[in-house]
Design a protein around this ligand. Sequence first.
Ligand code: AMP
Length: 357
Amino acid sequence: MKNNVIKNITNKTLGILGGGQLGKMIAVEASRLGIKTCIFDPNENAPAFQNANIIINSDYNNKKALKKFLKHSDKVTYEFENIPLESLNFLEKNSQIFPGSKALKYSQDRLFEKEFISNLGITVAPFYQIKKYIDVKDALEKLKGNAILKTRKFGYDGKGQHIIKKYRIPNIKDNIEKNKYIIEGIIKFKKEISVIVIIKKDGFAVCYEPSENKHVNGILRESVFPAKISKKTKNRAKAIAVKLARSLNIIGIIAIEMFVNKNDEIIVNEVAPRPHNSGHWTMDACNISQFEALVRVIFDIPIPHIEYYHNCKMINILGENYNVIEKSLNKKYHKLYIYGKDEIKEGRKLGHINILS
Ligand code: AMP
């Protein structure tokens, strides 16, 4: 057994599509296990390039670059969802993609994602497809005037979202007719939580305990572990997360974001088949982080029982609160991560702090 594991990781390279902070943190964990990385990103200043053994700096639809990426990579994973479908299909013909392309395809489009989840009998916010401007008005009637309009694709960190209150539709008629949107009812939640599921190749599934998340304007600001919800709600959240992960054929990890309402009902918001910002607390609070878990599954390295050493509050460092770094430097229970991005911009995730207790 041991020899097999050593064989699986000796002189092996993990190909990572995307060189942002998540790619960087996957690369660090891979390196700690003796695995090299080949990182593909169109941005020449991608933060993960600082930790890569091989760099491929190209557009995601450049076939020649994708071939080179495959040549160098023993296994392939990705750190973000918006890889063009054609490139994904090309890669998939030549290599297994972890944690899986089915989940990636659903998570790329909010409409397909919501349909898929609700077809499993899992509750999601009420939603309607928007094709024409008039559809917004019709949906608002059903949603009693309050809703969130979201682009179906390429929306993250609250981008492409418009909150509608009292039937007041934003002045984006052209946009609505040019882009694909969905509209969702606003969930009155008491908590937002997320669950990260690990599924191994033999189908064994295990979850991290839920964390509690605070978003401001659609951007995650804080994740707190453990979530302050009842044991019963935690178990239900984990059962839903595993059901979803299995249905999406995950091998690796997936994060499921959920709302908990005042009746302790769980409403799934979205899935992210990759390491997730709301799981960064696992880097310091546990014996195994979400990044290491992904690398271990991909290279058939056993996963130990998850142990929790600390409670943890993870705070995101954004452009507008970059100064918190200074305050954190000499605090003994603060673990600081700075991603090394090229520019400090409002709303941009530049690092995080894990505050342990
Ligand atoms: P999303 O990009 O869908 O993850 O949305 C970002 C954040 O906006 C969520 O984490 C929530 O805080 C809020 N949000 C999104 N959709 C809804 C909804 N249907 N009801 C209430 N809040 C929402």
